[in-house]
Design a protein around this ligand. Structure first.
Ligand code: SAJ
Length: 437
């Protein structure tokens, strides 16, 4: 049997060893799904704290079941290491590392490249490598493949390579790693065969495509679609503000149309590790083809402007009560990048805090999911959410609409509220205290 046949046999018999590089919101759920169906999984996590937690069966990703993690670790089906020494034991290696942007919005593939360079010297015949990180079309074949070829092994004969973009929606209780349709683009027919044999063990519906670039572009399109539509409703917000109209009423009305429209809602900005980032990967790559992606550029500009708009409107609200921003105490309620998650990466709330601090306001925050905010410019602990604290605040800005807040109680106990998420839409009493985005 050749390498492809041996690998397919191991995958069908579940004797193959799966490797996962990066135990974040993508890697850990994937590793647990693989272990649950009986694969031995070796995870490479460069953060020793995370690696140690996993080996103790301690979960740190909200979308992963604590009990399922404990069980697969106890059964020896999932272990975490911090180096690449055990790469030769792995039959499949799934790369799930971050693909951030540099400070000037260009792709930063340092993690993908460094992981690939660490794998290469230990690559052996019979291994499949798949990249799950979201990236620009061309990464798999232009960055990863040339590095792996330095091993002297032959692609499609000795080793196999594919791109299968993650589609994790943190906090989504309906769609998980298992039941979310999964795209698959491989560098050749043999790689596609083994990639299908690998993924079909844990993913209910695979969508094979013609090549890795098709999968890479389809994924970035998905997130660009969201960024552009979010920017559209954010722009409507700015217009409605000028026109003295309630954008939430307008959008709710428009979304009563039963066809040909899809609900998106304005907000204080766009956060997370995907929507504010992924479209700029495509924008950057398109320049290579002398192509300017107008929608991506405009959407990014509008979405990035929202925190400044929130800051300006907050100052307006305070002025209407004769309060100078420099004399005001403001609570930002909710700092995670979206509702019911604990992740504050790229959260617009952080930018709003930074901007209002620059105006001299005294800022505090409360978020039931985020105990502390610490980055280069901000170091704040979560303040308690009680009547005493609220009575000391001239303004409460609802920046994230977490479900576990009693918004009627909040309005009853606040002086004035700037609701950037329409989170208090069901509040009847005290609506005169509320200003909407
Ligand atoms: N947002 C709005 N208005 C909206 C929707 C979202 O302001 O109508 C904001 C959110 O508050 C958040 C940001 O945009 O700050 C991103 O929200 P999101 O839910 O679109 O993004 P993520 O990063 O949590 O998850 C997305 C996935 N979301 C959905 O499909 C619903 C999906 O695009 C990807 O699978 C995932 O990013 C990823 O990993 O790429």
């Amino acid at each position: 049997m050749n390498c492809k046949e041996i690998l397919k046999y191991k995958l069908e018999k579940k004797t193959a060893v799966a490797g996962v590089v990066g135990l974040g919101y993508v890697g850990l759920p994937f590793a647990v799904e693989k272990a649950k169906v009986g694969f031995k999984v070796i995870a490479i996590e460069q953060n020793p704290v995370k690696a140690e937690k996993i080996n103790r069966g301690q979960n740190y990703i909200a979308d992963v079941s604590d009990d399922e993690l404990k069980d697969v670790v106890r059964r020896g089906l999932l272990t975490s290491v911090s180096g690449f020494d055990r790469v030769p034991e792995m039959d499949v290696i799934v790369i799930c590392v971050p693909t951030p942007l540099s400070i000037n919005l260009t792709p930063d593939l340092q993690y993908v490249e460094s992981v690939t360079r660490s794998i290469m010297p230990k690559l052996r015949p019979g291994q499949l490598i798949t990249l799950e990180s979201t990236t620009y079309p061309g990464t798999t074949e232009e960055i990863i493949l040339p590095i792996l070829k330095q091993s002297g092994l032959e692609i499609e004969r000795d080793f196999f390579l594919a791109h299968s973009p993650e589609r994790v929606d943190p906090g989504n209780l309906r769609y998980s790693t298992k039941n979310t349709n999964k795209l698959l683009g491989a560098v050749g027919p043999a790689s596609l065969e083994v990639a299908i044999a690998f993924y079909q063990q844990t993913i209910e519906n695979l969508v094979p495509l013609s090549c890795p670039r098709a999968a890479e572009l389809a994924k970035v399109f998905e997130n660009t679609f969201r960024a552009v539509n979010i920017a559209l409703v954010n722009e409507m917000t700015l217009l409605c503000d000028r026109m003295g109209l309630n954008v939430w009423e307008i959008l709710d009305a428009a979304f009563t149309k039963p066809f040909g429209i899809m609900p998106f809602y304005p907000g204080p900005g766009v956060g997370g590790h995907c929507i504010p980032i992924d479209p700029h990967y495509l924008e950057w790559k398109a320049r290579e083809y002398n192509f300017h992606t107008h929608f991506i550029a405009l959407a990014g500009e509008i979405n990035r402007k929202m925190p400044e708009y929130v800051k300006d409107k907050a100052i307006r609200i305070l002025n209407h009560s004769g309060i100078a921003a420099s004399q005001a105490r403001i609570m930002v309620l909710g700092v995670a990048y979206k509702k019911d998650v604990e992740d504050e990466r790229e959260s617009p709330a952080i930018e709003i805090i930074r901007l209002l601090k620059k105006e001299g306001s005294d800022l505090i925050y409360h978020d039931p999911h985020v105990n502390r905010l610490a980055n280069c410019e901000i170091d704040m602990n979560c303040s308690p959410l009680n009547a005493l604290t609220l009575s000391s605040c001239d303004l409460v800005i609802i920046a994230t609409d977490h479900s576990n807040i009693d918004y009627q109680w909040l309005v009853d106990n606040s002086l004035r509220i700037f609701d950037t998420r329409n989170a208090a839409c069901n509040v009847a009493r005290g609506r005169n205290k509320i200003t909407l985005l």
